[in-house]
Design a protein around this ligand. Structure first.
Ligand code: ADP
Ligand code: MG
Length: 238
């Protein structure tokens, strides 16, 4: 198992648990959709896997180590945030952003030899080759999302963690990102994508329905019938 989460409970400042007793495993070559209403704990779960939030009880294991303690394991995970989380006023070019990802990969594990090659490959995979010298501030939301995906690809990680990457982006960009993720999954990578909105279920090997705890986890067709109960939970939260 690449990611093993067992009995995970997380609270912020002693308030009600954001996650309660969550047990999940993610294996090589799996593309998983993490669904749940706002406040369900999707981002918290991703942060726990990244090792940036600590469990109050339970355990997170990534590639055999504790991501809170083992910083080297963090480099083997790529995190893709929402496009709008990026400060587009920064005078950053697409190339600079993607290079940040490429530099996280130790040279010894570079499959394609060379930083420039990896940067070029990554921007090509998301259709941004002709915009590599553009400033991020000149890009549309969808193009920023694709640039963030290219940064992740250039890192050549074992694990992709995406937190609502499709929030207010165009359908073509969404499709391009999903295609890139599918091909990474086919190479044995793990993909965990949190989305509040429903995308194309059929692209995923598994759907996890979360609402502070695991409501359902299984093949998309097994989990779909559980969707209304999660929505009810959301309504009663309000
Ligand atoms: P989701 O990503 O599914 O919307 P989150 O993981 O962001 O859910 O949030 C789960 C719960 O934890 C929510 O009740 C939210 O208010 C709370 N929470 C998230 N981050 C923090 C934080 N930094 N400080 C305090 N509470 C937080
Ligand atoms: Mg979130």
């Amino acid at each position: 198992m690449v990611i093993r989460v067992s009995g995970l409970t997380v609270t912020y400042n002693g308030s009600e648990p954001a996650l309660r007793d969550v047990t999940l495993e993610f294996d090589r070559g799996e593309m998983v959709l993490l669904m749940g209403p706002n406040g369900a704990g999707k981002s918290t779960l991703i942060k726990a896997v990244l090792g940036v939030v600590r469990p109050i009880s339970g355990k997170v294991e990534v590639l055999g180590s504790d991501p809170v303690k083992d910083r080297s394991v963090r480099r083997r995970m790529a995190y893709v945030p929402q496009a709008r989380s990026l400060n587009t006023l920064a005078p950053l070019r697409v190339r600079d952003l993607v290079e940040m990802g490429a530099r996280l990969l130790p040279d010894s594990t570079d499959p394609d030899g060379g930083l420039d090659g990896r940067i070029r490959q990554a921007v090509e995979a998301v259709g941004l080759a002709d915009r590599i010298d553009r400033r991020i501030s000149q890009l549309s939301g969808g193009q920023i999302a694709r640039a963030l995906m290219a940064r992740a690809l250039a890192q050549n990680p074992e694990i992709y963690l995406l937190d609502e990457p499709f929030e207010s982006i165009d359908a073509a960009s969404e499709a391009m990102i999903l295609r890139a993720l599918r091909s990474e999954r086919d190479r044995g990578k793990v993909v965990v994508l949190a989305e509040h909105h429903i995308t194309d279920f059929s692209l995923f090997d598994r759907v996890v329905l979360l609402n502070r705890t695991v409501i359902a986890s299984g093949r998309p067709e097994e989990v779909l019938p559980h969707l209304p109960s999660a929505a009810d939970g959301h309504r009663s939260d309000r």
